[in-house]
Write a protein that binds this ligand. Structure first.
Ligand SMILES: Nc1ccn([C@@H]2O[C@H](COP(=O)(O)OP(=O)(O)OP(=O)(O)O)[C@@H](O)[C@H]2O)c(=O)n1
Ligand SMILES: O=C(CO)[C@H](O)[C@H](O)COP(=O)(O)O
Length: 444
C-alpha cells in the first residue's frame, strides 16, 4: 500500500515569494509528470544561450558557466531548464572556441539532446548573433516552418520556469519582441566626470532588464544584420536593437526573482543553495512492507513535515513504484534489525540500473531500527566498515550513502524524540549532501 504524505506547506509559497523558484525546481516537483499541458505553445520556438564569456567578475579561472554546482556544470542546469520543455525544438549554445571540447563533453555526460554548439564571439552580442544566424541555416533540428520565435537567455541564469518561458514566447509571437523585467533594487544615478552626482532617476519609473527575452526570428535577425560595430562592441540590450533597427517595441513582463544572473562568486554559492533547497524538499521512504517499519515511517513523515519536507512512503520500488528510481533524488530505506545492509544494497543496485548517469548526486539513507536493549553494533554481522565500503563504491555512481541508527524505545516520549532527531538528521544529510559524512552511521 502506498501512503501519500499529507500536503506539506511549502515555505516558499508565502506572500511575495515565487510559487516555484525555478525551472530546475519546477521540473523536480513534477516528478516525471509532464508540467507542460497548461503552458504549451503551438508555434516553433528555438533558444540561443550565449555562453562565450570568461566570467571575469567572479575572479575564478573557470568561466562561471562551466563551474561545477553539486557535481554538474552550471550551464547544464540552464540547458536542462529548456530541454525539458517539450515545445522547445532546438537550443543553440554559443561557446568560446577553446571551450568547444568541454561543451561537447558536458553534452555527452549529461545527455543533452537538443543542443547545437556554435562559436561564441568576442562580446555577448557577437555570441548571440552567431547563435541567431545558425538558427537560420538549414540543418538538423530545423523546424519545418522556420525558427518562429527565438528565446535568448544567458547561460548563467539557471532557474527559469516553463510557465514564464511560455509567457515570453507568446508575447514575442504577438508583439515581435518581449523581455523579462524586475523592479530596481537600488536607485540609478548619473555621475559627473569628477565623480559627483549629476542626477538621479526616479526609481519607480525604471525597471531592470533581465532574461529571458523572446523575438520573432525575422526581428532579431534583422536587428543583428543592421546594427553597428559600436552596438556589437558595447551594447548590452537585445530589446534595444529590436527597437532601434526594426521599430519593434518589446512587451515587458515582470519575471520572478530567480531569473537573476550569476555574475559574482557569491552568486555561485547562492545558486548551489537554491538547488540544494529544492533537492531537499522530498524523499521516498521504503518500508519493506513491514508494519513496524511502516509505523516508524509514518512518524518520520510527520516529523519531516514539521521541517517542511515531504516524505512519500512505499513498501518497495518494484512495479509501479519503480518510477521513483528515476524521479526522486532522496531515498530512505528503513531496515528493522537488518544486520547486513542487504536491503540498502539492493536499492543502490536498482538505482544504478534505473539511473546510470544521474544529473546530480542521489542520497540514500539506510535507517537501521534497533530495539531499545540492542547495543549499537550488536547483531551487526557486517562491521561498520561495510557501510563505509559500500558508500565508497556507491559514490562512484553519484550515490551518497549515509546511515542513521534509530532506537525504538518502549517509552513513547523517548521514541518520539528519537524520531524527531532522525528527521532532523535526514533533513541535514539531504540538504548538505556532504561527501565527508558518506558511509557514517549517525545515532538518532
Ligand atoms: N563574449 C561573450 C561574453 C559573454 N557571453 C555570455 O553572456 C552571458 C551574460 O554575460 P556576463 O554575465 O557578462 O558574462 P561574462 O562576460 O562571462 O562575465 P564578465 O563580464 O564578468 O566577464 C554569459 O552567459 C556569458 O557567457 C558570451 O556568450 N560571449
Ligand atoms: O540583462 C541583460 C540584458 O538586458 C543581460 O544579461 C545583460 O545585459 C548582460 O550584460 P553584462 O554582460 O554586462 O552582464
Amino acid at each position: 500500500m502506498e501512503v501519500r504524505h499529507p500536503k506539506v506547506q511549502n515555505k516558499r509559497t508565502g506572500p511575495g515569494r515565487p510559487a516555484n523558484p525555478g525551472g530546475f525546481l519546477d521540473g523536480h516537483a513534477c516528478k516525471g509528470v509532464t508540467c507542460s499541458a497548461a503552458h504549451s505553445v503551438d508555434f516553433p520556438v528555438s533558444v540561443v544561450l550565449p555562453a562565450g564569456g570568461t566570467g571575469e567578475r567572479t575572479g575564478l579561472q573557470t568561466p562561471k558557466q562551466f563551474c561545477s554546482v553539486l557535481g554538474r556544470p552550471l550551464i547544464s542546469y540552464t540547458i536542462q531548464a529548456f530541454e525539458r520543455v517539450p515545445w522547445i525544438q532546438r537550443i543553440v549554445v554559443a561557446v568560446a572556441k577553446e571551450s568547444t571540447d568541454l561543451m561537447a563533453d558536458i553534452i555527452r555526460r549529461f545527455r543533452h539532446q537538443k543542443v547545437q554548439v556554435v562559436s561564441g564571439g568576442s562580446t555577448r552580442h557577437r555570441s548571440i548573433c552567431n547563435g541567431v544566424m545558425a538558427l537560420g541555416e538549414d540543418g538538423e533540428g530545423m523546424a519545418p516552418d522556420g525558427p518562429g520565435v527565438v528565446i535568448i537567455h544567458d547561460a548563467v541564469r539557471p532557474f527559469v520556469e516553463e510557465e514564464f518561458l511560455q509567457k515570453i514566447a507568446t508575447a514575442a509571437r504577438e508583439h515581435g519582441a518581449a523581455g523579462a523585467i524586475r523592479p530596481l533594487v537600488s536607485t540609478v544615478i548619473a555621475t559627473t566626470s569628477e565623480g559627483f552626482l549629476d542626477h538621479s532617476l526616479e526609481r519607480a519609473k525604471y525597471r531592470a532588464s533581465e532574461m529571458p527575452q523572446g523575438f520573432s526570428y525575422d526581428v532579431i535577425r534583422q536587428a543583428y544584420q543592421r546594427c553597428s560595430e559600436t552596438d556589437f562592441e558595447f551594447g548590452t540590450e537585445c530589446l534595444h536593437l529590436a527597437l532601434q533597427y526594426c521599430g519593434t517595441n518589446a512587451k515587458l513582463i515582470e519575471g520572478p526573482p530567480t531569473l537573476w544572473k550569476v555574475t559574482y562568486r557569491k552568486d555561485l554559492a547562492a545558486a548551489e543553495s537554491v538547488i540544494k533547497e529544492s533537492l531537499s524538499e522530498s524523499a521516498l521512504v521504503i518500508t519493506g512492507g513491514r508494519a513496524s517499519a511502516a509505523a516508524l515511517a509514518e512518524a518520520l513523515q510527520k516529523a519531516a513535515g514539521a521541517l517542511q519536507m515531504g516524505l512519500d512512503l512505499v513498501p518497495d520500488v518494484t512495479a509501479e513504484n519503480s518510477r521513483y528510481l528515476q524521479t526522486e533524488s532522496n531515498f530512505i530505506q528503513v531496515s528493522i534489525n537488518d544486520p547486513c545492509l542487504s536491503e540498502v544494497e539492493a536499492l543502490i543496485q536498482a538505482l544504478e540500473e534505473a539511473n546510470p548517469a544521474p544529473l546530480h548526486p542521489l542520497v540514500v539513507i539506510w535507517m537501521r531500527v534497533v530495539g531499545e536493549d540492542e547495543a549499537s553494533d550488536s547483531g551487526m554481522v557486517a562491521p561498520a566498515s561495510a557501510l563505509v565500503d559500500m558508500a565508497s563504491a556507491a559514490k562512484l555512481h553519484q550515490i551518497l550513502l549515509y546511515g542513521i541508527q534509530i532506537h525504538q524505545s518502549k517509552d513513547s516520549e523517548r521514541r518520539d524524540r528519537s524520531v524527531t532527531r532522525a528527521a532532523q538528521i535526514v533533513r541535514v544529510l539531504i540538504r548538505e549532501r556532504s561527501p565527508a559524512l558518506v558511509g557514517q552511521l549517525l545515532q538518532a
